[in-house]
Write a protein that binds this ligand. Structure first.
Ligand code: LRH
Ligand code: MN
Length: 425
């Protein structure tokens, strides 16, 4: 944990500049009839879960270049997320990945979580890698495998993930399947779907009634001809078949180029089956880059759909799971996560500033340019001071990354942990 006076001292140094920006924004929004504190309170309530598997330096098949001080176990991963939350007061939970994060002592882990003001949001199953001494391989699939003994093994793994989740007070199981094929004819495409549907149903039946199953889709990788759950429609159909507590998980990087993701988000909310997000940035595919770093306007349009749905009483969609899923190949993992959370909160803040009455009026009257300009004007509004103020008001840093750097935290982590490499991708 960071001593609080470090954050206090940091905020004192930045206060004058911050107040100047905040005063301007307060005036600007006041003229639009927007009360700035209402927006700030909504930002405070918006918490983003940090992935346990992204606290180390990520890599690709071509290489991985760790820069040291990475968490060596679940306890140190919780400490790092605790640090992130202390700095931005907007990251109060951690997503776990099993078996990378099997708790050695669940009670000790729960105490450590409490000490760091954290909870576990979701447990992610992993049937995309074979574990040592595993009786059957997932090379040709897991929940969709042609052999029932392999499907049963994968079903048992997911049920075991639910048990670990229960130990740590989580209520969400996230299922992403690498299952698919690389060549035409290799897999019976309808059969693979039905076997997956039946396997997920078995897992769902083992889930407590107050749990949620998030089903994540992905169009390709690690298979390059077909994936059993390639798109939102497949995930949505499985959710409908399996049960009311099954929801679609939208990983922003899991879309083919030029996909209108904001329309998918709007559709799933309309159907009441949008479960949550894996936020990241992507240029081409599942690049897992910093959130909002490549297509900030599309990211804004996604939040515009989200806020529109969240403010519409006729939309019956469950509370959403806000999670990051990224891989930091060239940036410091903690700095990258702080940058991602800031981009998510800033974009959410902008979407809250959209004049929805004027927008609907322009849409109803087919005033195309006015409708577009209402969104563009809000997107071009610098809302960062709102996020900084939300953090400051609850004891966080005005500029979490600057505070992380000026406190030389990475240096002290390298000193303490050496050139350790974290589990993860
Ligand atoms: C698959 C994925 C999935 C995780 C993994 C770490 O690409 O997005 O969410 O299990 O990354
Ligand atoms: Mn993901």
């Amino acid at each position: 944990m960071l001593s609080n006076d470090i954050i206090q001292h940091h905020n004192e140094k930045l206060q004058a500049e911050h107040q100047f920006k905040l005063t301007y924004l307060t005036e600007l929004l006041d003229r639009k009839g927007i009360d700035i504190q209402t927006i700030i309170d909504k930002i405070k309530a918006f918490q983003v879960a940090i992935p346990s598997w992204a606290l180390g330096t990520g890599g690709t098949r071509f290489g991985r270049f760790p820069n040291g001080g990475e968490p060596r176990n679940l306890e140190e991963k919780i400490e790092d997320v605790g640090l992130i939350h202390q700095l931005n007061r907007s990251s109060n939970s951690i997503s776990l990945h099993i078996p990378w994060d099997i708790p050695s002592d669940a009670n000790a882990i729960k105490q450590l979580l409490k000490a760091n003001d954290l909870t576990i949001d979701s447990v992610n199953s992993n049937t995309f890698q074979d574990q040592k001494d595993q009786p059957y391989s997932y090379k040709f699939g897991s929940l969709s495998h042609s052999k029932s003994e392999v499907r049963d093994l994968a079903i048992q793994h997911n049920i075991q993930c639910i048990e670990y989740g229960k130990m740590l007070d989580s209520k969400v199981l996230t299922v992403w399947l690498a299952d698919g094929s690389n060549f035409p004819g290799q897999s019976h495409l309808r059969g693979a779907y039905q076997r997956t549907n039946d396997s997920l149903s078995s897992i769902y039946k083992s889930m407590p009634d107050d749990w949620t199953m998030l089903i994540e889709y992905k169009p390709y990788e690690p298979h390059f001809y077909s994936m059993v759950i390639p798109d939102w429609g497949t995930s949505y159909s499985l959710c409908q078949n399996i049960g009311k507590n099954a929801q679609v998980l939208v990983d922003l990087g899991h879309h083919l180029p030029n996909t209108n993701i904001e329309q998918i988000v709007g559709r799933l909310m309309h159907f009441g089956r949008l479960g949550g997000f894996h936020f990241n940035g992507s240029m081409y595919g599942d690049d897992d880059l910093t959130t909002g770093s490549i297509k900030p306007y599309q990211f804004f349009l996604i939040f515009n759909e989200l806020v529109d749905g969240m403010q519409d009483p006729s939309v019956k969609n469950p509370p959403l799971a806000w999670m990051i899923d990224a891989s930091h190949n060239t940036k410091d993992p903690i700095e990258d996560l702080l940058q991602s959370v800031n981009a998510i909160l800033t974009t959410y803040a902008k979407a809250l500033l959209v004049d929805r009455v004027a927008l609907v009026d322009a849409q109803e009257n087919n005033d195309v340019l006015r409708a577009e300009e209402l969104l563009r004007d809000t997107f071009l509004t610098d809302a960062r001071a709102l996020v900084a103020e939300a953090s400051r008001q609850v004891g966080g840093a005005i500029d979490p990354i600057a505070a992380f750097r000026s406190a030389k935290i990475r240096e002290s982590l390298v000193e303490k942990r050496g050139f350790s490499v974290a589990t993860g991708l």
